[in-house]
Design a protein around this ligand. Sequence first.
Ligand SMILES: Cc1ncc(COP(=O)(O)O)c(C=O)c1O
Length: 386
Amino acid sequence: MLSHASRLDDIEPFHVVELFTRARQLEAEGRDIIHMEVGEPDFPTPAPIAEAAVDAIRQGKTRYTEALGLPELREAIAGFYATRYGIELPPRRIAVTNGASGALNLAFACLVEPGSEWLLADPGYPCNRHIFRAYEGRPQAIPVGPESNFQPTPAQVAAAWHGDTAGLLVASPANPTGTLLTHAELQALAGVCREREGHFLVDEIYHGLTYETDAPTACTAGDDIWVINSFSKYFQMTGWRLGWLVMPEAFVRDVEKLAQNLTLCPSTPAQYGALAAFRPETIALLEERRAEFRRRRDFLAPALENLGLRVVARPEGAFYLYCDCSALSADSFRFAGELLEQAGVAATPGLDFGRNAPERYLRFAYTTDLDRLAEAVDRIARFIGR
Ligand SMILES: Cc1ncc(COP(=O)(O)O)c(C=O)c1O
């Protein structure tokens, strides 16, 4: 009997995919489903990006690029850090990757020793613990809740750290909660890792999608920090598979060797498209869309709360509301199924984000327009008998 590697035994599917498949089935039967389970912007990629990519393809710019990406794109990303955050980053510390997923894979492939332990917030983005497993690392969950705005505190990290711990990964804004870490919090977490000679990685994929204050980048908390980012969310290029990694200088050559072997290079047309991502007209459009996300959040959060779906984390960024549905159901997984079948509203159950009381929570994505969000609220209200 041929069998897969044993590490596969710990790798779980995305539970929401089953829900999504069922939603598609219902749609095929003629039902109207409102999708609030989807973790990607509903806007098309801005036209200047698409046009730049098409031009590049027409000009035959379709061959491999440098493994760490087009030098002019690495420079453009460094330029973006200068204008948006006021910091100087040497372009050589920036690797262009296949999405944030590619950046996470390169960073983990570079750092994860077999058996080493990595601290992660629970709830958190589920793929992280599976990518750690794929590199033979052992993810260790830090349960986080409303008392720390669903982010790990320095005290929790210090308490969870032991002999085999190799590092900490956080996200700001976070998925599924949309909460942010302040500059002081990033500095304090970096300090805990540094004192223990551990690595500190910060996923900033939802940067740009913040609605109260801009999220500070961990790049300002030390040049020993690994920062993961992407063109997927703020730049609305999910299917283009393009992101980047800011790595400490000492690891540039290692990551380059890995990229040469693992991926050869990121998509060439996508990279040419991304060169137009930082143009003023593109940024102006993205800022209009950010304002639209904010309007949606400001409508949806109180509307869900009125229905007894308490928004438990301060949703300062990303496009998610993490809601406590325990007043309505003791099992969020079942509740999500019923909501889909009976109300035609798809949301993601807590189970996808970890093991920290997942049965209490549902994640609602506001990646659909205001009219549809209002319709979703009406449907949920009818479903729960309000
Ligand atoms: C926190 C977080 N990190 C990374 C990713 C991966 O994104 P991508 O590979 O599209 O850049 C996602 C996608 O939803 C995410 O939510």
